[in-house]
Design a protein around this ligand. Structure first.
Ligand code: F3S
Length: 401
């Protein structure tokens, strides 16, 4: 790979041991993908996981004196104060969260603890080169904003934030951004929920860059968030196109770069029903709790739940996971109060795949998100998956009807 004088100096340690280490990793990634050069980034998002390996790496970089040149936003861990106050988290888990917080703070990250930065705090412009990790984030910035990022891991995105550079390969290059699978949507896309199920059709769609046709002319940011999150739960997709909607697919010809699709896939109502049947827990229709916000809920989604539970009493706990800024707005607008009066909570900074939920082992919840159902399985937590309104009704009644 050709390196500039600045990049060589960084690799040789002139910018400190931490930056040299990060550059060594970036160069190794570049060489493994046959990248010819490194290019500067202007944004990054690090999917910190608050788990041993990521924390080990972040602390190691901090010890070596690394500091982010491009301050990345970061993924959720869990809200220590919420869970500690209620005695729901072990001391060692709270300590790990604090270590994660301190490591990323020391590295100079922007401590957003939110997995949907691309709709609020970290929105790239068209064509901007970024390093985004997190399943729903990479396809959103590539497909919806027309920015450019490879599917970074938490560690490679952190190295990019530290060095300010990424190797130029994959989705950073025009020729790799064209679609190769035509996906005709024949299913009725009635709400944001169907986009969760469509995203979970990754096995049927197969590897590549899907080009969707037949979707409604207006698609909400929440639907697009759901689509990206689930595409990367059921498969591995850095980018998709929606003909006539996303910026690099104004026409079919543009979406495919003038080539013919390698595969054509039709998605019907039956496909979505089959997926739901496969992934939803069916052994128990009584539920113990309801959980929403994987990916993190927007203010509109929280508002919608408030409108449905206002003046009612929930039979089971209901948790809405969101960003600190949506929580702040919900507090100011009285949304939090309505939800708390019904018996629910809005929790900032928190992800379902965190040790703060270990106490739910053996319980069955309801959610509208397949990703929310997927990760907590390893903690012995099961979910019935339904559309949002059915889930809210279930939380009110204590069972899925
Ligand atoms: Fe976000 Fe965690 Fe779900 S990072 S998408 S809330 S698994």
């Amino acid at each position: 790979m050709k390196l500039t004088d600045e990049q060589k100096a960084m690799l040789e340690g002139e910018y400190g041991e931490g930056a040299a280490y990060a550059m060594k990793i970036e160069v190794a990634i570049g060489e493994s993908f046959d990248a010819e050069r490194m290019v500067p980034i202007t944004r990054a998002h690090v999917a910190l996981s608050n788990q041993d390996a990521d924390l080990w790496f972040a602390e190691k970089m901090l010890e070596k004196g690394a500091h982010c040149r491009v301050s990345p936003t970061v993924n959720p861990g869990f809200c220590v104060s919420f869970f500690k106050e209620r005695g729901l988290v072990k001391d060692e888990d709270a300590e790990m969260m604090m270590r994660t917080h301190n490591a990323y703070k020391g590295l100079g990250a922007t401590l957003t603890y939110n997995c949907t930065p691309y709709v609020a705090t970290n929105i790239p412009n068209y064509g901007e080169i970024c390093a985004f990790s997190e399943s729903s984030a990479t396809p959103y910035v590539n497909s919806v904003w027309g920015a450019r990022s490879n599917r970074e891991g938490a560690n490679s995105a952190l190295c990019a934030a530290i060095t300010g550079f990424v190797p130029e390969y994959g989705l950073l290059l025009d020729e790799n951004r064209k679609g190769n699978i035509l996906v005709n949507i024949e299913a009725d896309m009635k709400s944001d929920f169907e986009y969760h199920l469509l995203g979970y059709c990754g096995k049927k769609i197969g590897p590549g860059i899907p080009v969707f046709t037949g979707l409604p002319s207006h698609i909400s940011p929440e639907s697009l968030t759901n689509l990206g999150a689930q595409l990367n739960t059921s498969g591995a997709y850095g980018m998709y196109h929606i003909v006539g909607f996303t910026p690099e697919a104004r026409t079919m010809e543009e979406a495919f770069g003038g080539k013919k699709p390698e595969r054509v896939v039709n998605i019907t109502n039956k496909d979505l029903e089959d997926i739901l049947e496969q992934i939803s827990y069916s052994g128990n229709r009584k539920i113990d709790f309801a959980m929403f916000g994987c990916p993190h809920f927007t203010l509109n989604q929280a508002k919608h739940i408030a409108s449905k539970v206002e003046g009612k009493k929930l039979s089971v706990p209901l948790w809405i996971l969101t960003s600190y800024h949506v929580k702040e707005l919900a507090d100011r607008m009285g949304i939090t109060q309505i939800i708390e009066d019904a018996g629910g909570n809005i929790i900032p900074d928190t992800c379902p795949d965190q040790p703060c939920w270990n106490w739910l082992n053996g319980k069955v919840g309801v959610t509208e998100s397949p990703k929310c159902a997927y990760y907590p399985k390893r903690r012995g937590i099961e979910f019935v998956i339904r559309d949002l309104d059915t889930c809210i009704e279930a939380a009110i009644k204590g069972e899925v009807i």
